[in-house]
Design a protein around this ligand. Structure first.
Ligand SMILES: *[C@@H]1O[C@H](CO)[C@@H](O)[C@H](O)[C@H]1NC(C)=O
Ligand SMILES: *[C@@H]1O[C@H](CO)[C@@H](O)[C@H](O)[C@H]1NC(C)=O
Ligand SMILES: *[C@@H]1O[C@H](CO)[C@@H](O)[C@H](O)[C@H]1NC(C)=O
Ligand SMILES: *[C@@H]1O[C@H](CO)[C@@H](O)[C@H](O)[C@H]1NC(C)=O
Ligand SMILES: *[C@@H]1O[C@H](CO)[C@@H](O)[C@H](O)[C@H]1NC(C)=O
Length: 356
């Protein structure tokens, strides 16, 4: 009885919603049961504490902790192979990799995927244990942690070494999934699905990706890897990648891992994982079947949020929108709100994570 009460989160409209975990285990649903006055509740909690301390194996608390402990042990041992086989549909899994501070974005992204009826295929690669338990408590089996866990506080600042370390693990995770024999769709969680991307994954190519350049292309643009830009390389986004479990796709990932090792993070070059991905594409292009997705359907944030003319011209064609070309959680949330894409506000009930 107690665990289910504690897991309900009636405070979803509270200002703390951006950081849902801060109140996760402490939000007591007073409204739902008028017998629980504040004083009554304190007395009850005190009694439970006494029982928990003096009779740890009996009493309500004993039962509650054992449920929690079982679930902790269970999810700690949950492997990537088990997780992928549990969530994959038609041999395909949709993955993201998130740490605790990204949970509001995870939720927003999931609501948009649920609207396209693909949420059952989603696997959250949790970068810390809080994320692992939080997601699996609400949505059992949909989060996995590939050890070691990262220190979540250092992982979220764009351009920092923590962020680099965090993103540098991505190609390894993706390679493991391909080695298990599945197709994988990777997304950053600051994306929103407005349509179903799967019909756009035409043909039988190894790797599908989107261009992060904000320059407008003709509607019939080529699907080949674009020519290199100013820095001698392309600006393909590492934010959305679809791969088939082919040798070609695995080669790209292995090259990406090599490139990350060859050009590690430094204070002067505050890089992220995207340049390494582009060098990997450049160096494997001759051996791998690559496919550039249409710009109108998969626009960079530099276009979608910044060119109203283009936006109107391509109305109804957008499939996945990326909230990039801006940094900072609050700014991203505000921009999503301004464009009616912060679904967490009015559509939390559509999330498989509930009112997390
Ligand atoms: C799996 O494939 C079938 C047949 O092509 C299709 O009807 C179904 O929607 C697919 N399921 C998912 C989750 O993509
Ligand atoms: C990032 O990884 C490097 C190399 O493994 C390590 O030395 C460094 O401490 C890590 N930094 C952070 C902030 O995680
Ligand atoms: C796109 O269409 C234009 C005009 O219709 C044509 O000139 C051009 O060759 C086409 N480009 C490609 C890549 O098909
Ligand atoms: C790879 O990068 C080099 C250096 O910028 C460039 O000359 C070459 O054309 C690129 N290759 C491909 C396939 O894009
Ligand atoms: C904005 O989009 C329009 C229409 O596609 C295009 O002609 C124009 O060059 C774009 N503006 C910028 C600054 O890229």
């Amino acid at each position: 009885m107690m665990p289910s009460i504690l897991h309900q989160r009636p405070l979803h409209n509270a200002p703390s919603d951006h950081y849902p975990l801060s109140s996760r285990y402490f939000s007591i649903p007073m409204r739902q049961n008028s017998i629980f006055s504040r004083t009554g509740l304190m007395v009850m909690l005190a009694l439970m504490l006494i029982f928990g301390v003096f009779f740890p194996s009996t009493g309500i608390m004993g039962g509650m902790f054992s449920v929690r402990k079982d679930s902790v042990t269970k999810w700690r041992q949950y492997s990537l192979a088990q997780a992928v086989s549990y969530v994959a549909k038609n041999g395909t899994v949709i993955v993201c990799a998130v740490s605790e501070s990204y949970l509001p974005f995870l939720k927003n992204w999931l609501i948009s995927i649920a609207r396209q009826k693909h949420e059952h295929q989603v696997l959250v690669i949790a970068e810390d244990y809080t994320t692992l338990y939080t997601v699996n408590d609400k949505w059992p089996g949909h989060a996995v942690l590939i050890p070691p866990a990262l220190e979540s506080q250092v992982a979220h600042k764009f351009g920092s070494q923590g962020f680099f370390n965090f993103t540098a693990r991505r190609p390894r995770h993706l390679l493991q999934i391909l080695e298990l024999g599945y197709n994988v769709m990777y997304n950053d969680v600051d994306m929103v699905w407005l349509g179903d991307p799967f019909p756009y994954l035409l043909g039988n190519h190894d790797v599908y990706f989107t261009d992060d350049m904000a320059i407008v292309k003709p509607p019939n643009h080529s699907h080949d890897l674009p020519p290199p830009g100013k820095k001698g390389r392309t600006y393909i986004c590492s934010c959305m990648i679809f791969m088939r479990p082919t040798n070609g796709a695995k080669l790209v990932l292995k090259k990406w891992i090599e490139e990350l090792q060859a050009q590690p993070w430094s204070k002067t070059k505050k890089t992220n994982d995207q340049p390494a991905f582009n060098w990997a594409l450049n160096k494997t292009a001759g051996q791998v079947d690559l496919y550039l997705l249409p710009q109108a359907a998969f626009p960079t944030g530099g276009l979608y949020f910044k060119n109203n003319t283009w936006m109107k011209e391509t109305e109804g064609k957008h499939v996945i929108v990326h909230n990039n070309y801006i940094t900072g959680f609050e700014k991203k949330i505000k921009r999503f709100r301004d464009y009616g894409l912060w679904l967490v506000d009015g559509h939390a009930h559509e999330s498989p994570l509930g009112k997390l």
